[in-house]
Design a protein around this ligand. Structure first.
Ligand SMILES: Cc1cc2nc3c(=O)[nH]c(=O)nc-3n(C[C@H](O)[C@H](O)[C@H](O)COP(=O)(O)OP(=O)(O)OC[C@H]3O[C@@H](n4cnc5c(N)ncnc54)[C@H](O)[C@@H]3O)c2cc1C
Length: 385
């Protein structure tokens, strides 16, 4: 076991932190408040090789692992400008395509995803299925050489910025009629595909959308991976999603904690800086410990994933996402307390950050579904639902 990062990892962290400082939280909030996007940052990160650091070198990626990708997102978020679509495009979609795509699919999508010149969104959540993926009703039927896909998706991030969406649907077994999960790469300009933004009260430049798939006709090779084997393939993508959601939460919490500590060292309303009062110092120390524990679990999950142990990575990724969500909520809340009234100003932006990290308790998988997973799989307790 080694808790020391390699020279390359340390250098990557420093290079990404430099880029993050150039943009920062002021850029992030300004773009979010004015309906702008993070395009310049995304493109610069892509050009520097950060977006596709985990993807195979033969397809334009950096040939490193999810650990390195989580370094990129953590450092950008720690600078206040985390890129939500990194959770989706290189981590979920890039991983699934790299592991299960045909050579043609890899050639078509991976270089663009790696360079950041194309974004691939990911759509699993449905209005009537929510956390229960067994109730998905987006169904693909085979028609000659084509697939015809019909269904609805909700809360799908970044569709307006994406060239395609990796849709989790189901296909009907021709013999039994049983519906089995299947993944489809659906271009956002495909006839029959439309979307509309949802009004959200979280301050993020990336918008969430309702998707309408009305008899979207797709070529046979839009099916990613094998029909029927999609659950395994899906989890190969969802573990990276959970690790990257953890990285985003951990990074945001680092940003908030640094802000709070800086303020607590400077602000003096009695005779000493407010950070000298244990009423403020101890809760800050407590959340620092909780944050480091969450970060450690995130790193463990990434190392297990990169080592190819999908089962152990799955358990660790769920635990990491739980811990990162809870720690980041507590950190940002304590940062708000530390900054007093100024925390509520738009300039400081911590109130908005609380809503963002609060989302991590719900998405991409809710706290309760993780507790269900741990109760059942880690503890062997009966399934309750
Ligand atoms: C900002 C944002 C971005 C998102 N981006 C995407 C995206 O890009 N792609 C995508 O596919 N989805 C996306 N989502 C959707 C997200 O993954 C879902 O919101 C999440 O999975 C929860 O589903 P739901 O909202 O339908 O909640 P529901 O499933 O309706 O659950 C509601 C509540 O009930 C609880 N609950 C449900 N079942 C159980 C049970 N068996 N035991 C105990 N408690 C239970 C849940 O934990 C939750 O607290 C995004 C959501 C948000 C808020």
């Amino acid at each position: 076991m080694n808790f020391t990062e390699t020279d390359e990892q340390v250098a990557l962290r420093a290079a990404v932190a430099d880029l993050g400082r150039k943009y920062g939280y002021a850029y992030f909030t300004r773009q979010a408040r004015t309906g702008g996007r993070l395009t310049e940052l995304w493109q610069e990160a892509g050009a520097l090789g950060f977006i596709g650091v985990n993807l195979p070198a033969e397809y334009g990626g950096g040939g490193a692992g999810l650990y390195e990708l989580s370094i990129v997102l953590e450092e950008l978020a720690a600078a206040g400008c985390g890129l939500l679509m990194m959770v989706v495009s290189p981590a979920i979609c890039g991983t699934i395509l790299a592991r299960f795509g045909t050579p043609e699919q890899k050639q078509r999508w991976l270089p663009k995803i790696a360079s950041g010149s194309a974004i691939m969104a990911f759509g699993i959540t449905e209005p009537d299925a929510g956390s229960n993926a067994h109730k998905l009703t987006t169904v693909a039927t085979r028609d000659g050489d084509s697939w015809v896909l019909t269904g609805r998706k909700i809360y799908i991030s970044g569709v307006d910025e994406a060239e395609a969406v990796l849709i989790v649907g189901r296909t009907a077994d021709s013999k039994t009629g049983t519906l089995r999960p299947a993944l489809f790469a659906v271009p956002t300009d495909a006839p029959g595909f439309s979307f509309q933004p949802l009004e959200m009260d979280v301050l993020m430049p990336e918008k969430q959308h309702l998707l309408f798939l009305d008899e979207v006709r797709l070529p046979a090779d839009a099916l990613v991976g094998e029909e029927g084997a999609a659950l395994l393939q899906l989890f190969a993508g969802l573990n990276p999603e959970r690790i990257m959601a953890s990285a985003m939460a951990v990074g945001s919490a680092r940003y908030a904690l640094a802000k709070a500590v800086g303020y607590a060292k400077e602000r003096t309303v009695w005779s000493v800086p407010i950070g000298a009062h244990q009423g403020l110092a101890h809760p800050l120390a407590q959340v620092k410990i909780e944050l480091e524990l969450a970060r450690l679990m995130m790193q463990k999950a990434a190392v297990l994933y990169d080592a190819g142990d999908d089962m152990a990575a799955g358990e660790a990724a769920n635990m990491a996402k739980y811990a990162a969500a809870e720690a980041s909520i507590r950190v940002v809340d304590q940062a708000i307390q530390s900054l007093g009234g100024s925390s509520m100003t738009s300039e400081v932006g911590l109130a908005a950050m609380l809503a963002n990290v609060r989302t991590t308790r719900i998405a991409p998988v809710s706290r309760e579904m993780i507790l269900n997973f741990v109760a059942q799989h880690s503890l062997g307790l009966p399934k309750s639902y």
